[in-house]
Ligand binder design. Structure first.
Ligand SMILES: C[S@@+](CC[C@H](N)C(=O)[O-])C[C@H]1O[C@@H](n2cnc3c(N)ncnc32)[C@H](O)[C@@H]1O
Length: 238
């Protein structure tokens, strides 16, 4: 956990919180549309980075609801906290995903974007997410680092902390093992043309040899979304 906190603090200090937010928003905005948010709900974003998704959820649950972001990297949380566009019902805390500082059944919605594969044992974290969700609450997990994405296989060598490379099926099994029901997965696509600045600055790397590879990822492979519900009839897993 300390390793992840140090790595992502350095990313925060290098301005990567903002660039990740910009890169992930086209898919995360699609997830937020599916989450059926409305006034009064309590939402949690685990591994919230610079807090962009917390702000978006907070706006949609205003008038009685709130959105909370947690992240293991203190600098990420600090950047999220001081962001000028934070609504009054957005809150942040430094916390590991596996030991959340919340009572059982505190939230109706839990989102986690591009974070779970950095966790040494994702199942431990997903069980903790099940604990803090209310019955009938839902979990929403997005990952770009998964076996069926051929462009990501080198990321584990490029990033200095251990990462878990799982298949889509393994992720669905983990959600079920953690106690979630109605588990499903789907891909999210970004069909917007690559922007001029991105094209001008593109250099081969991170698995992409050309701009065609980037477009292929965005429009054919897609980001992996996993979702499940905490049933009101669930018997908690061991
Ligand atoms: C790739 S960034 C994604 C940030 C943000 N969700 C986004 O979409 O831009 C991964 C984030 O997960 C956080 N993270 C990694 N391991 C974590 C853990 N065990 N507990 C909580 N946060 C963690 C990192 O500090 C980092 O901010």
């Amino acid at each position: 956990m300390q390793q992840a906190a140090e790595l992502f603090d350095s990313w925060a200090n290098a301005g990567k919180g903002e660039s990740m937010a910009k890169g992930h928003w086209p898919m995360v905005s699609q997830i937020i549309e599916r989450m059926e948010l409305h006034s009064g709900l309590h939402c949690l974003d685990v591994g919230c980075g610079n807090g962009y998704a917390v702000r978006a959820m907070a706006q949609r649950v205003a008038h009685g609801g709130k959105a909370v972001g947690v992240d293991v990297a203190p600098q990420m949380v600090e950047q999220a906290r001081i962001h000028p566009e934070n609504p009054a019902n957005a809150e942040y805390a430094v916390s590991a995903a596996e030991t959340l500082p919340f009572e059982a059944e505190s939230f109706e919605r839990l989102l986690s974007v591009e974070a779970v594969y950095y966790m040494p044992d994702p199942l431990v974290a997903i069980k903790e997410w099940h604990r803090v969700l209310k019955p009938a609450g839902s979990v929403w997990v997005m990952v770009d680092y998964f076996k069926e994405n051929p462009y990501c296989h080198t990321w584990g060598d490029l990033i200095e902390i251990p990462m878990q490379l799982y298949t889509e099926r393994k992720y669905r099994e983990l959600l079920e093992l953690a106690g979630f029901t109605a588990v499903y997965s789907k891909r999210l696509f970004n069909t917007a043309p690559l922007d001029a600045e991105y094209k001008a600055n593109f250099k081969p790397g991170w698995g992409y040899n050309s701009l065609d590879d980037v477009t292929d990822f965005r429009t054919r492979i897609g980001s992996l979304l996993l979702s499940g519900k905490k049933s009101s009839l669930d018997i908690p897993p061991d």
